[in-house]
Design a protein around this ligand. Sequence first.
Ligand SMILES: C[S@@+](CC[C@H](N)C(=O)[O-])C[C@H]1O[C@@H](n2cnc3c(N)ncnc32)[C@H](O)[C@@H]1O
Length: 221
Amino acid sequence: MKLSKRLNAINSLITQSYDIVWDCCCDHGFLGMALLERGIAKQINFVDIIPELMEALEQSLQQFEQGKSLPSWQVRCEDVAQIKLPTAAKQVVVIAGVGGDLCLKLIEQIIANNPQSLHQLSFIICPIQHLYKVREGLKACNLKLENEQIIVENKRFYEVLHVSVNASQTLTQTGGQMWDKHNPQHHLYQQQLLDHYTRMLNKDRLYYQKVITEYQRVFEC
Ligand SMILES: C[S@@+](CC[C@H](N)C(=O)[O-])C[C@H]1O[C@@H](n2cnc3c(N)ncnc32)[C@H](O)[C@@H]1O
């Protein structure tokens, strides 16, 4: 299974064996299929809200599994905000390829609906844009940092974050670990963020000036 750079980064982060991996907002299901092939979890749950996509995925998975001995899998056509997590299972919820606002909303609802599963749960996310706000929201949910990285794909920048309530590292809004001052791409990403938030200054000068100042300092630590 050939994955995009972004999905491959997520795939590489899943190194522990889990009871369940949730490939949420899965669309084509490529990530979950790669995980099935690796046999890294006892079960892979594919979740998306579009029925036609999920019917096509169900068929692809039935063909994909022919002649192979794969872990179990489920295709679930539902709103990710409503998923019910088992309480006694080590699981990771992956949400990639959706906007930052939606990604955060889904995480907040999953947490609110599944308080008893939190101790064995982590999230791996790769939202599209608005990472500063997403990170603010994750902090408000008491999530801490396992791992974070910047991924460049087709000249677009993404942040991949692995977070959980049990992690020990503090999550920062601008990313404390992911910046490499020797990497020119990271300087380009910083400049894009600074340009974006400079354009936002007229919306709320005080707030966005603080954001800009924080992004100006990312290479200092
Ligand atoms: C661009 S695809 C992302 C595919 C894949 N995760 C990736 O990163 O390449 C976004 C998917 O999110 C799904 N989606 C959006 N909101 C959702 C929700 N509330 N519950 C389930 N799926 C949702 C859409 O149907 C769409 O298939």
